[in-house]
Design a protein around this ligand. Structure first.
Ligand SMILES: Cc1cc2nc3c(=O)[nH]c(=O)nc-3n(C[C@H](O)[C@H](O)[C@H](O)COP(=O)(O)O)c2cc1C
Length: 218
């Protein structure tokens, strides 16, 4: 039994993050983590990395992606009809399909979510073929949400909208969420939260998602 597990672990290492069948056999949950910002110095990118660390500590297989690496045109029905889904949308959908969980740190723009994040969700919600299941990338996935903003509310108003959007496309959004206010002062030069209590809460949020997935996906 132990030998089988070691053999599977070695094979998983060789196959890397796309070894979805082996991941399933090993009982590991896959989480896709990203920020709703493409900015290089994004506070939300720093924040989601900390939550990802918490999820990894609870044995989840976490992939952190940068939406900048998925350059999408603004959704346009004419463009979709003429050219189908852009390559970046197909790639993003493939990553989402592989995951059972989502960790999203979303900046707040004008009391809502960023255009970048909404546009990514909109493209990923489109099907490519007639037999493709609608919203397969999202349905039944679990998500934990975070936000960071230099403002006093830490971007929490945007999370109200994100929770609603994700809920309406079939994502189970966990009740706990974290918003980091005064984000411009909250992180040290290594990208860690200076306030240890907050850091522990963010780690616990990531861990909570991993534990939820283990409980519900085995
Ligand atoms: C167009 C725009 C609108 C914004 N609106 C809000 C807002 O409503 N509430 C808020 O707390 N911050 C707002 N901000 C500030 C962002 O929270 C800040 O730029 C933050 O650093 C963005 O997240 P990031 O660091 O992950 O890129 C806004 C910024 C921009 C560019």
């Amino acid at each position: 039994m132990q030998l089988i597990c070691i053999t599977k672990l070695l094979a998983f290492r060789k196959e890397g993050c796309h070894g979805s069948v082996l991941r399933h056999e090993l009982g590991m949950s896959k989480i896709l983590a990203f920020a709703g910002s493409t900015r290089s110095a994004s506070y939300n990118k720093l924040l989601v990395r900390i939550a990802a660390e918490g999820a990894r500590a609870a044995q989840a297989d976490v992939e952190v992606i940068d939406l900048r690496d998925f350059p999408l045109p603004l959704y346009d029905g004419d463009l979709e009809e003429k050219e189908g889904l852009p390559d970046a949308a197909k790639k993003l959908k493939a990553r989402l399909l592989e995951a059972q969980g989502l960790l999203i740190s979303a900046p707040e723009y004008n009391s809502s979510i960023t255009g970048v994040l909404k546009n990514a969700i909109d493209w990923a919600s489109r099907t490519e073929t007639e037999d493709e299941k609608t919203l397969a990338c999202f349905q039944g996935k679990a998500a934990a949400l975070l936000s960071a903003s230099p403002g006093g509310f830490g971007g929490m108003r945007g999370l109200v909208h994100l929770r609603s959007i994700l809920g309406s496309i079939g994502v189970i959004v966990l009740p706990d969420q974290i918003s980091i206010s005064s984000a411009h002062e909250a992180f040290d030069s290594a990208g860690q939260l200076k306030n240890e209590r907050k850091r522990d809460q963010v780690l616990a949020l990531g861990r909570g998602l991993a534990e939820f997935l283990i409980k519900h996906h085995g």
